[in-house]
Ligand binder design. Structure first.
Ligand code: UDP
Length: 245
């Protein structure tokens, strides 16, 4: 029987998942494909919180490189995540899956504000919760927002969904000898600067003993396999029997 290992997961998805050729904008069909993947794990009984990035629109560093004020550049990035959140909610609705958007920067006419207990209530009622606007603070990334919301909402794991099937010893596109790690400790990930996640996000996970799983969202059934506890992607924990005995 398919019994999920994880009962509540936080899924961090970079904005590029929604982008068409050129890496920009939102392709509604891609949002729908992402929603369908999440619906499949919902149907296994897993509660899902989603934190979205905005790389398909804007990252703060794009503006900072041109001399923009950091806080303003980051505000633009956070607002861009809200657009992705709305597109994803819409995709869920088209598939008949209930979803709610909550934002860390209040935009009450388009979405609920982020309220932890209300988010948990939605999860308990079977709704997917999509969190926009990151942490609501500049100087952070949506990976850190993912770690923070995962800890706050008592998620069992943070799943970082990417286009690569885990963390590699070198860039697998450039180096044939690159090897995928099945497992790493938080400290190894921090020391190797693997680039999978910024150090603020990694440290937050480490301090709260929150496992991180890096996987390829586009690999068929990767999310379902992940929540069922199969060996997939790269698992980052404190060590000791990482995949369980
Ligand atoms: N951002 C921020 N605070 C947060 C989360 C995000 O200031 O808590 C801004 C930051 O400028 C960031 C941008 O929003 O570059 C988009 O997020 P991110 O770069 O994490 O998107 P992703 O790469 O995951 O698509």
């Amino acid at each position: 029987m398919n019994v999920p290992k994880y009962k509540r997961v936080l899924l961090k998805i970079g904005g590029e998942a929604f982008a068409g050729p050129g890496g920009m904008g939102i392709v509604p069909q891609l949002a729908e494909q992402v929603a369908a993947k999440v619906r499949a794990v919902r149907q296994l009984g897993v509660q899902v919180v989603i934190v979205l990035g905005a790389g398909n629109f804007w990252r703060g560093k794009d503006g900072i490189a041109h001399g923009m004020d950091r806080t303003t550049a980051d505000h633009i990035g956070m607002l861009a995540t809200v657009m992705n959140a709305l597109a994803l909610r819409d995709a869920f609705e088209r598939l008949g899956t209930e979803a709610r958007v909550q934002t860390a920067i209040e935009i009450r006419s388009v979405a609920e504000p982020y309220i932890r207990l209300r988010a948990i209530r939605h999860l308990e009622k079977g709704r997917v919760v999509i969190i926009g606007a990151g942490t609501g603070n500049p100087y952070f990334t949506t990976d850190t927002a993912g770690a923070l919301r995962a800890a706050e909402t008592n998620c069992d794991i943070l799943i970082k969904a990417t286009k690569v099937d885990g963390v590699y010893s070198a860039d697998p596109r450039k180096d044939d000898a690159a090897q995928r790690y099945e497992f790493m400790t938080y400290l190894e990930a921090l020391n190797q600067k693997v680039g999978v996640m910024d150090s603020t996000a990694l440290t937050l996970c480490m301090e709260n003993n929150l496992p991180i799983l890096v996987l390829n969202l586009w690999q068929p059934n990767s999310l379902e396999r992940a929540v069922l506890g199969e060996k997939i992607g790269t698992l980052i924990t404190s060590g000791n029997e990482p995949w369980g005995s």
